[in-house]
Design a protein around this ligand. Sequence first.
Ligand SMILES: CC(C)(COP(=O)(O)OP(=O)(O)OC[C@H]1O[C@@H](n2cnc3c(N)ncnc32)[C@H](O)[C@@H]1OP(=O)(O)O)[C@@H](O)C(=O)NCCC(=O)NCCS
Length: 145
Amino acid sequence: MGVELREVTAATVRAICSLEVADEQRAYVAPVAVSIAQAHFEPTSVFRAVYAGDEPVGFILWRSGERPKSAYLWRFMVDKRHQGKGYARAAMEQAYAELRALGFDTVMTSVVRGQHSPLGFYLSLGFTEANETTPHGEWILRKTL
Ligand SMILES: CC(C)(COP(=O)(O)OP(=O)(O)OC[C@H]1O[C@@H](n2cnc3c(N)ncnc32)[C@H](O)[C@@H]1OP(=O)(O)O)[C@@H](O)C(=O)NCCC(=O)NCCS
């Protein structure tokens, strides 16, 4: 169940970009390749591959949030073949530790609501609803680190 967050390298980028969610989840997260491309235009971005042993199983991207000491979880996914094994929960715990070490005290994210939404996942991890939406209509969630 243990996972590690590792840097994406020239040697691993193709394998990381081949990670994908289930068809019905596609409306909720951008493809990994798009996330990596977008990260290069946002200077505070940090992205990592999630590994279970030597196998890449997921991807996470965060950036600085609008409030001081707040990080914004921009993208997060676990490959469809590896969901339901506790990897996402474990990866978030690793991310909290990295974020705390970087001086952040809060993590925010935003989700699209709907049948296959990750909203319940974030609530089960202790995120709370801020009762606000983004300009794109995404529901904002926050968690104290
Ligand atoms: C959301 C996602 C990362 C969860 O991955 P996962 O590896 O299946 O999650 P885990 O196995 O670590 O589950 C952790 C807990 O969350 C719960 N959970 C997972 N997905 C859930 C969902 N969609 N709704 C409600 N609860 C959910 C699990 O039951 C589990 O609960 P438990 O620890 O009490 O047993 C994965 O479904 C995914 O990649 N979805 C598509 C992309 C996405 O929506 N990303 C987030 C938006 S950026």
